[in-house]
Design a protein around this ligand. Structure first.
Ligand SMILES: CC(C)(COP(=O)(O)OP(=O)(O)OC[C@H]1O[C@@H](n2cnc3c(N)ncnc32)[C@H](O)[C@@H]1OP(=O)(O)O)[C@@H](O)C(=O)NCCC(=O)NCCS
Length: 287
């Protein structure tokens, strides 16, 4: 675990209330120990958000004692990050930007259960059973927003996008393309950029979902939303170029599985397009 320090006010909370009872216990504990030895707090970065995944009560108690720099570590657990983004959206809507904003949100146990635990329980159920309620897929038209989302997502996927020149090209190319992004609250978690070739054919220029959200049906939903736009434009074919199976890369094997599952067929392999070392597979789907 790599422990480092961070200013407590630069970390976004992911809960709305603090329990008075728990706070009393934490304060008693802090009175009994050397504060420099307390356990670091777990944090996570998704997109531009850096947030607490746990330890809000400890963080609040530390802040009350005038501590500004806290020990933290990156939470590597495989948690349901969609649920965290929903909580962050709630915090944003209620103006909770940092731990100091909890000052008037310390509530007794009964209220904590009602206001927080029960709200989370129903959200947890809903976010698994009805993702579409929390996931918003929408077209992005502003170039700076397209470029920023494209850059954030591609840079978070180094196993797929490791060549700086290619990343820059995708970011730049996004400006002219139709661009759809998937959001939870205000946080973009994936995008699809589609390029028009001619009146019959468009191409998936690049698509990416942050790794924490793979295999939740978000890619499939982005493809569906794209196809709906293209069908209205009377397009007939949607193509995509990806790394061919003659390359052993495991990440792109999964990518090809994805394209196959959403209805693309392999058409032809080209070794002259991206060079012999990166054989390119052209795939197509009839819309
Ligand atoms: C490829 C990518 C866009 C797919 O998005 P996703 O949201 O993870 O995919 P979905 O959850 O919508 O998957 C839909 C279906 O595709 C198939 N699939 C997706 N990921 C798969 C995997 N890792 N292994 C096998 N099949 C997979 C499955 O059939 C899946 O349906 P199921 O989960 O009901 O079985 C995403 O994983 C990604 O960003 N990968 C890295 C970047 C990339 O490869 N970009 C394309 C460059 S050409």
């Amino acid at each position: 675990m790599n422990v480092f320090t961070k200013n407590i006010k630069d970390i976004q909370p992911s809960q709305l209330y603090i329990s008075k009872t728990k706070l009393a216990k934490v304060e008693k504990y802090l009175d009994s120990v050397d504060i420099s030895h307390i356990e670091p707090l777990p944090i996570k970065k998704i997109g531009k958000n850096i947030f607490f995944t746990d330890g809000h009560t400890r963080a609040f108690a530390l802040m009350k004692r005038g501590i500004e720099e806290v020990k933290v570590y990156w939470d590597e657990d495989d948690l349901d990050w969609i649920q965290y983004l929903i909580c962050i959206d709630w915090c944003n809507r209620e103006g909770i930007k940092n731990i100091a904003d909890f000052s008037d949100r310390v509530v007794d146990d009964k209220d904590y259960k009602k206001l927080w635990d029960m709200r989370c329980d129903s959200m947890q159920k809903g976010s698994v059973e009805n993702l579409d309620y929390y996931l918003d897929i929408r077209a992005v038209s502003k170039n700076n927003e397209k470029c920023s989302i494209c850059e954030q997502v591609l840079r978070a996927l180094p196993n797929w996008f490791g060549i700086e020149e290619a990343i820059r090209e995708y970011i730049n190319g996004a400006k002219e393309n139709t661009f759809l992004s998937a959001y939870v609250g205000d946080t973009p978690i994936g995008f699809l950029s589609v390029k028009e070739h001619n009146e019959f054919t468009s191409e998936i220029y690049v698509v990416g979902i942050l790794k924490e959200f793979h295999r939740r049906g978000i890619g499939k939903r982005l493809i569906k939303a794209t196809e709906e736009i293209l069908v209205k434009e009377n397009k007939i074919f949607l193509t995509v170029k990806t790394l061919s199976s003659s390359h052993p890369d495991e990440g792109y094997r999964k990518t090809r599985e994805f394209y196959r599952s959403v209805g693309f067929y392999p058409l032809e392999e080209f070794t002259e397009l991206w060079g012999n070392e990166n054989p390119c597979l052209l795939m197509v789907k009839k819309l």
